[in-house]
Design a protein around this ligand. Structure first.
Ligand code: PXP
Length: 239
């Protein structure tokens, strides 16, 4: 059964709007985990625009083994991960001024060698590592060579497809990479931009283990509550 990782960054966005402590991230995490979500996903950005260091610390303490931390492949973020020990880390590209993550990692030789070292250091702390990559076979192979445990296939392009034909072609790229990753012994996740109309097809791909979804679920929760929004997504991806 395909699992759901719920990204709760936008609960923090709402909290930060008034500078207080409500809505609490731990309340969102409790509701989501209670509904059957596998992991709680948070992205600690350099600009700390939503999740703060203290949030990562608190969430890791309250929900050991359930926090999946997204962060850039930098020495600063490596130190944060080693300090707070999430269950897993997903290394993502990060660019100043971007509204959200725009695509997978650039796995050129220099980046790959940096990422390899970070992975080795995180493994020493028993932290599993995922690489957020574009659905390209060469990147799946490179990810395997870095020692990563998981690849998260970027679904941003798929989610923004202009028509059914383009969407089908992009889904095929995800399908090929999912199978390849599984054959190479990697766990397969996917995410970014997925919502109630397009997540089920990705969940149905051979090898797919977990979808990491945030915005669509948190947005729906404004109208029907978080438990209902999570349940609706779980039902869709488990079918
Ligand atoms: N996966 C990764 C690697 C991400 O960076 C994000 C956004 O933080 C997500 C999944 C979730 O994306 P969305 O909020 O569009 O569902």
């Amino acid at each position: 059964m395909v699992k759901l990782g719920l990204n709760i960054d936008h609960v923090a966005t709402l909290r930060n709007a008034r500078g207080g402590v409500e809505p609490k991230l731990e309340d969102a995490a409790r509701v989501a985990l209670g509904m059957g979500v596998e992991s709680i996903v948070t992205h600690l950005r350099h600009d700390r625009r939503h999740i703060k260091d203290a949030d990562v610390e608190r969430l890791c303490k309250l929900f050991p083994g359930r926090i999946h931390l997204e962060c850039a492949a930098t020495p600063e973020m490596e130190r944060v991960a080693i300090k707070y020990k999430p269950a897993s880390v997903c290394l993502v590209p990060e660019f100043e001024g971007e509204r959200t993550t725009r695509g997978g990692l650039n796995l050129n030789a220099a980046n790959t060698s940096r990422i390899k070292k970070i992975i080795a250091n995180l493994h020493k702390q028993n932290i599993a590592v995922s690489l957020f990559i574009n659905p390209v076979a060469a990147d799946v192979r490179t990810a395997k060579n870095t020692g990563a445990d998981i690849v998260e296939l970027c679904t941003a392009q798929y989610s923004e497809a202009k028509n059914k034909k383009e969407q089908a072609a992009l889904l095929e790229d995800l399908a090929v990479c999912s199978i390849l990753a599984r054959e190479l012994g990697l766990k397969v996740h996917a995410g970014h931009g997925l919502g109630y109309s397009n997540a089920a097809a990705v969940a149905g791909l051979d090898g797919m283990e977990c979808l990491n979804i945030g915005f669509a679920v948190i947005a729906k929760s404004v109208f029907i509550g978080l438990a209902g929004a999570v349940l609706e997504m779980l039902e869709l991806i488990r079918k």
